[in-house]
Design a protein around this ligand. Structure first.
Ligand code: PHE
Length: 446
């Protein structure tokens, strides 16, 4: 329904909500998994480079598009460039959002159920075989994971229904600090484990001779996924921004916090894995099988385990909110529906789309797409292909269609100075499109 556009209440509220969007399963589940699979420090190094060269510049661009267009992700492009079909970027973003949230809610549902499993003492004496057994019998159960997934979607929708200030901003400003406290507690626990140092080095020390295209592609997808780029979440949050916010500075703060939390998660998980002589490259189940073993072996492990999954669920929730918000904001304007009705419909769609991902760990485990189980396929499709592709189109739009000169006018409203505008515009016009096109084409061909 049309009305004055909602706005963030405060700058802190905006930063918390956007950091909340950025920090999620991507940092605590996907990042350590990717580091584990691609051999440690080298991944971290490439990841850092890509954040600097691609992540931060694109975040500045996306926030600027959002604030300029003051609308949902389809209309922002129409408003800025009415004559050309660039709004299709927005449509692609909404579709990608639905796909991401469909598998995101599955993993987040697992995380919710693990809070319960730890609190009920299920892992108290889990040995390696048992932890695996607990995980696989749970995820292959025909309806239990669906139940937890649905619960997670309901929680997400309940917050989105309440709107920007009373829903999203309030939830983020309360939940994010709680998450930071929990993280530091766990960090202390993990680093004081005997033998943690080996893992610490493995994680932090880059072996540059190990760089290959697969690692670069993986790190690129991870940057997009983790910074919530290429899907309209940042554009949408930017559209609730008031004119006096300093966009480049905010982008730097948000990206640094996101990176910081990914590194913290790595520092919690990887040294613990090494301290217990476990395997870091086990893929998506890493934190659901390996970590419980760590918790089972330490004093008060139940408590730390429950806390860890509480933390993961909170982080996932504030991200899922931002994904659902993109879809809801668009549905609401385009189909002229209330926020409530749009949220319910979007949530329902997400649940339906998520069913095959959930079942791919059980009944549907024989059904492979390009050799991947369904859940891993949609993860790959969205993070490695769709997000960077939309990022590439957005960079072309910013660099060549709307032009950096016009972005500058929007960025420098109210006396904000953008000192790095020159290098930013070179990155947007040349480096970002070329690098993205190269990595995408060669990575997918390989
Ligand atoms: N950034 C979120 C995470 O790391 C996931 C996400 C992707 C959120 C895309 C919004 C858009 O978990």
């Amino acid at each position: 329904m049309a009305g004055p556009r909602e706005k963030w209440n405060s700058r802190l509220g905006f930063i918390m909500a956007t950091v909340g969007s950025a920090i999620g399963l991507g940092n605590i589940w996907r990042f350590p998994t990717a580091v584990g699979q691609s051999g440690g420090g080298v991944f971290l190094f490439i990841y850092l480079l890509i954040i600097l060269i691609i992540g931060i510049p694109l975040m500045i661009g996306e926030l600027t598009i959002g604030r300029r267009g003051q609308s949902n992700i389809v209309n922002v492009f129409k408003k800025i460039k009415p004559t050309r079909p660039w709004w299709l970027i927005g449509v692609l973003g909404v579709v990608t959002g639905l796909i991401i949230l469909s598998f995101y809610s599955v993993i987040a549902g697992w995380s919710l159920s693990y809070i319960y499993k730890f609190s009920s003492g299920l892992f108290r004496t889990a040995e390696a075989a048992q932890a695996e057994e607990i995980f696989s019998s749970f995820v292959s159960h025909p309806w239990l994971p669906l139940f937890w997934q649905m619960l997670f979607i309901i929680l997400t929708a309940a917050i989105v229904i309440k709107g920007i200030r009373r829903g999203i901003e309030k939830a983020s400003t309360t939940l994010m600090p709680l998450m930071f406290i929990l993280l530091f507690l766990l960090l202390f626990r993990s680093l004081t484990l005997e033998g943690a140092v080996t893992g610490l080095w493995w994680f932090l020390k880059p072996d540059l001779s190990a760089v290959n295209l697969g690692i670069i592609l993986g790190a690129l997808g991870q940057v997009f996924f983790s910074l919530s780029l290429g899907m309209g979440a940042i554009i949408t949050y930017g559209s609730y921004l008031s004119r006096d916010d300093n966009i480049p500075e905010s982008s730097f703060i948000i990206s640094s916090l996101d990176l910081g939390i990914a590194v913290l998660a790595g520092l919690i998980i990887i040294p613990a894995v090494f301290a217990f002589d476990l395997e870091p490259g086990t893929g998506p189940p890493l934190i659901f099988i390996t970590l419980p073993l760590v918790f089972a072996a330490i004093p008060a492990g139940d408590l730390f385990g429950a806390l860890f999954f509480l933390l993961l669920s909170i982080a996932a929730l504030t991200s899922a909110i931002s994904i659902l918000e993109v879809v809801v904001a668009t549905f609401k304007d385009i189909f002229q529906q209330t926020r409530k009705k749009s949220s319910v419909i979007a949530a329902f769609l997400v649940f339906l789309l998520g069913v095959p991902s959930s079942l791919s760990m059980g009944i549907l485990d024989d059904f492979l797409l390009l050799g991947f189980p369904f859940l891993e396929f949609v993860d790959f499709l969205s993070a490695i292909i769709l997000l960077p592709l939309i990022g590439l189109l957005t960079a072309l739009f910013l660099g060549w269609v709307w032009t950096p000169e016009k972005s500058l006018v929007e960025i420098e409203q109210h006396g904000v100075k953008f000192k790095l505008w020159k290098p930013w515009s070179i990155i947007l016009k040349y480096i970002l499109p070329l690098a993205l096109a190269y990595i995408l084409i060669s990575g997918i061909a390989a």
